[in-house]
Ligand binder design. Sequence first.
Ligand code: KIV
Ligand code: ZN
Length: 540
Amino acid sequence: MAKDPGRILIFDTTLRDGEQSPGASLNLEEKLAIAQQLARLGVDIIEAGFPYASQGDFAAVQRIADHVGSGDGPVICGLARASKADIRACAEAVSPASQKRIHTFIATSDIHLEHKLRKTRSQVLSVVPEMVSYARSFVDDVEFSCEDAGRSDPEFLYEVIEAAIAAGASTINIPDTVGYTTPSEFGLLIKGINANVTNIEDAVLSVHGHNDLGLAVANFLEAAKNGARQFECTINGIGERAGNAALEELVMALHVRRRYFNPFFSRNIESPTPLTAIRTEEITKTSRLVSNLTGMVVQPNKAIVGANAFAHESGIHQDGVLKNRLTYEIVDARTVGLSDNRISLGKLSGRSAVRARLEELGYDLAREDLNEAFARFKDLADRKRDITDRDLEAIVSEQVQQPDARFQLLLVQVSCGSSLRPTATVSLADQDGQEKTISAVGTGPVDAVCRALNELAGEPNELIEFSVKSVTEGIDAMGEVTIRLRRNGKLFSGHSADTDVVVAAAQAFVNALNRLVAAEEKLVIHPQLDLVETDESLSL
Ligand code: KIV
Ligand code: ZN
């Protein structure tokens, strides 16, 4: 069996594959906040981005390597296609981390070879060792992935993997890139690799999978039973198309069903040692942070982190749970950090109480950020009696969306009602501090606000999605608004929360506009859809 760490290593790719979700692009501050939270969650490896994609991606990976990867922080990894230019950029970006990894990949399925790479199998077979050893010339820790392994000929995979390990790869990743395989097929693929690759003992076998058929988590669990020891996953399962395998589902499956999985790790069935190093109590907070910052709303019935995951609606279930939790609950909500504890923050709470609570929630804010968060807290406390953890999280996540924003919302006023034409007046400041105010009429107050903002910003777009949900219960609850805009086929999301949903909508719209202009300013290369350019880039 492949080099066995005795448990599952959690490789989080929220910031790379997760960020490839349509509309989920994140700015540098947001990426850093997520990376810091991933470190608190206890992931083993953070794939922080694809440094060659753009200057912004490079800077984000470098900053995360520096701030989160120091000391005994997680391994910081960057993605690189099998090209020297990609690998060089990646090596430089991850270099500040104490533990750094280059993750390089090339497709191995015939369909990708023929239509995407336009390469023969033997050409791919010669690129792999060349690129792995090139990556090894920069770092000791190199991961190699066979893209579309799920649809590759296993015999060819064995050859490629053997060559990659011989050239120095210490992790071999098997992606089901298009989410095609079934659990038993995927398990057999892993078993076959373990049985047929002669030097497999020298590498950790990893799995990566997309959820096109809703099977990614099941596939990984079957892979673990057959020797896979690294899971590549994302928070809330975000990612290309139907997303990636969800970290929280994998971790909790291994946690709740430890007795079932223990024997596959050569452990005694009763062994209490966790099968991952994840601090499960951090799961809910991490999920909310990622959802708030990416604008990817979590479906209410989503396992582990959905709003209804621990809610018991029917009377029979409630009665059962009250008598004995175990009748209808397999996970105690507190295990994933979900508690109903209302905190006693309100109008009279001071700065230090707010700071202490934020610290308990995992937000370690710099002085100016704390000042701003406290001002927002005070403002909210004037309008809302009890302030909950969720309210505080909404306040802080709003803040990290602000840096390097092109537009700043200064004012929103609306007049509407049964006999009025909804009219909005909004003021925006641009990067140079120039203020402009305009009024517009719409079909409703939100439409009027969006029309006015569009006119001021002058950035054509199409509104694709507008959703509102309340952060907590009660008539004075904050409304959370998520907006998605489309321009040139690309999606951009914005998110905001306020006790006034029209104000939240205006701010969310401005956040989405800021993302749109930021994305247009940088040229981004997609790691998978763009061709690995030419022969030249493969053998520079
Ligand atoms: O899905 C995939 O194949 C990937 C690789 C780049 C690992 O994301
Ligand atoms: Zn992927």
